[in-house]
Design a protein around this ligand. Structure first.
Ligand code: ARG
Length: 570
């Protein structure tokens, strides 16, 4: 089905016939082929002005010479127009090739083995211990999960890392507070909420009683020194947090291969610090050890505080080295909000200064903030939207919509879950990741908008048409029945899917797939309204049913790649 390659081959041949040998390969021609914005200008077009230099002829003459010589077999026509060589594929042949390619892929259309033998490490979600999962961590979780799925689909081995925020002086304070006022049963039952209460109380009372701060520091030191009691309390806090997060991950269908977080690197930073020192990269500044980055217009990276304590970037240096040594990655992605743009620039720069040639393979996948119904998240002001609450509310709202629209639906709860959770994920992944997101219920759950419910509904509609068609074997399809503009629009979108996946990966932009799913759903719906799928003519019906199957399967694949499952009925 690779029309680009086929056309490239033929153009190359025609160019040889017209101008003899040249340095241009078929692949060079293939890379030049464009998809005209308007199908009236052909399915593929070769802009000949880009050849004028190599072939030393004016574009118009090139287009005409090639048009006269290129093989038009299987094409409706090939035309030279104003320096462009336009290819019009034979409509029936085009539809046949595309639809059959989708069906032959058996649910894995667009999958490839381009990444065979290569590993991608993806650092995403990376939540903080003793904090409840709030919507500020939604994008990293879903973007990372989508990238994981997309890379896997392209044949890569993926390692999903939840780089837990499990290191810091606050944990010493939390233990101190727990030792003073805490109670095992209460914390066990109340979980993070209880820990937060203790922490808040600690901060309040520490203002009156300076002895508390000292206790906090002592407990932190105890964690650092591997004191058994400190570690066991801390690990218990960690467990409570992960148990809480597991419910959310479970709803979202997100998993990880590693939970090695900041504390995992406690014993792995020394060699990095040593090396920085040996290479003369470490300088003292106000007692701290820093890497001066002023030559790169950046503030210094602080490696050791004046008391010798390590910092976030120190841990990230050790983590990068560890990931490189352990996974031998092709790329290491960090899906982290743009507030940390500078941190990653510094991190990558320090690695480069240390002479790591793989520093260029580290990528910060930056993204914008999420606010909720017009309100920015502000932990201190108490404007916190917990992800679990948001998801539960989404499911509840989806259920009430089902009860209103289709009360007799079987398995309502499970489907409401698919719709509700899917709507949240879809909304999150709909725009370019760098844009800030404002979450509104009426926009996320609108069945007519550019939403998960709309795309899911189209998928269920395809399923319903196919059920109606029955299990009876189709006649041999007559793909000429897909020559109309509506069917051709669906075919064209299907054809573009594999290329789009490649581009979405290259840009680290799952939103391209989200948007594509809307385009495909819209095109299919137009086809559905304008054309009779269950036509009396068996051959026509068979072709339209195959297009329906191909559309259904590609919608499901697109949603699946961004981490959403589509119901068969709704
Ligand atoms: N825990 C951090 C946060 O919530 C994100 C960590 C990202 N990963 C990393 N290797 N720095 O902001």
């Amino acid at each position: 089905m690779d029309f680009r390659q086929m056309i490239a081959q033929r153009v190359w041949q025609a160019a040889q016939d017209a101008y003899g040998e040249s340095a241009l390969t078929a692949a060079d021609y293939g890379a030049l082929l464009e998809l005209p914005p308007d199908p009236a200008m052909g399915d593929y077009a070769l802009p000949c002005f880009k050849l004028a230099k190599s072939l030393r002829k004016p574009p118009v003459a090139i287009a005409e010479a090639l048009a006269a010589r290129v093989s038009a077999e299987g094409f409706e026509r090939v035309e030279a127009v104003k320096g462009y060589l336009n290819f019009y594929l034979d409509r029936a042949e085009y539809a046949r090739a595309v639809v059959e390619a989708v069906l032959a892929a058996n649910g894995r259309y667009g999958a490839s083995d381009a990444g065979r033998g290569k590993t991608i490490v993806i650092d995403y979600s990376s939540i903080n211990i003793a904090k409840r999962f709030h919507i500020g961590h939604l994008s990293t979780t879903m973007l990372g999960n989508a990238l994981y799925r997309m890379y896997k689909y392209a044949g890569y081995t993926c390692v999903g890392v939840n780089h837990l925020g499990d290191w810091g002086t606050q944990f010493g304070k939390m233990i101190a507070a727990y030792k003073r006022w805490g109670n095992h049963e209460e914390v066990e039952a109340g979980g993070i909420a209880e820990l937060t209460k203790l922490y808040v109380r600690f901060d309040e009372e520490a203002q009156k009683d300076p002895a508390l701060a000292e206790e906090g520091r002592a407990w932190f030191k105890a964690i650092e020194d591997g004191n058994e009691e400190a570690l066991s309390i801390f690990n218990w806090f960690k467990e409570l947090t992960l148990k809480d997060a597991a419910r959310v991950y479970d709803m979202l269908g997100v998993t990880f291969d590693s939970y090695a977080g900041e504390s995992f690197y406690n014993d792995k930073m020394q060699p990095i610090v040593e090396e920085l020192r040996e290479k003369g990269l470490l300088v003292e500044s106000d007692g701290a050890q820093i890497v001066d980055l002023s030559a790169y217009d950046m503030p210094p990276a602080i490696i050791l505080r004046s008391d010798g304590a390590t910092l976030y970037v120190t841990r990230d240096l050790a983590a990068a080295q560890y990931r490189h040594d352990t996974y031998h990655f092709e790329k290491c992605l960090y899906v982290v909000a743009y507030q940390q743009d500078l941190h990653f620039k510094q991190l990558f720069k320090v690695l480069e200064l240390m002479g790591r040639d793989w520093a260029k393979d580290m990528v910060h996948i930056s993204y914008g903030m999420v606010s909720y119904e017009g309100q920015a998240m502000a932990t201190r002001k108490g404007h916190v939207v917990y992800l679990e609450d948001l998801l539960n509310l989404a499911v509840e709202k989806a259920l009430s919509i089902i009860n209103e629209k289709n009360p007799g639906l079987e398995n309502k709860e499970a489907i409401a879950r698919q719709i509700g959770v899917g709507a949240v994920i879809f909304f999150d992944l709909y725009n370019n990741r760098i844009k800030d997101i404002d979450f509104y219920w009426d926009r996320a759950l609108n069945f007519d908008g550019e939403t998960a419910p709309y795309v899911m509904y189209t998928h269920a509609r395809c399923a319903s048409v196919l059920r109606k068609a029955g299990a009876e074997a189709d006649a041999a399809p007559d793909y000429a029945a897909l020559s109309d503009a509506d069917a051709q629009n669906v075919v064209r979108l299907l054809e573009q899917f594999p290329g789009l996946l490649g581009e979405a990966l290259e840009r680290g932009e799952p939103s391209m797939i989200t948007r594509y799913s809307v385009d495909l759903a819209q095109a299919f719906n137009k086809f559905y309204y304008e054309q009779r799928i269950l036509d009396d003519d068996g051959a026509v019906r068979a072709a339209r049913l195959n297009l329906t199957r191909a559309a259904k399967s590609t919608i499901a694949t697109a949603l699946d790649l961004i981490g959403i499952s589509a119901p068969e009925r709704m």
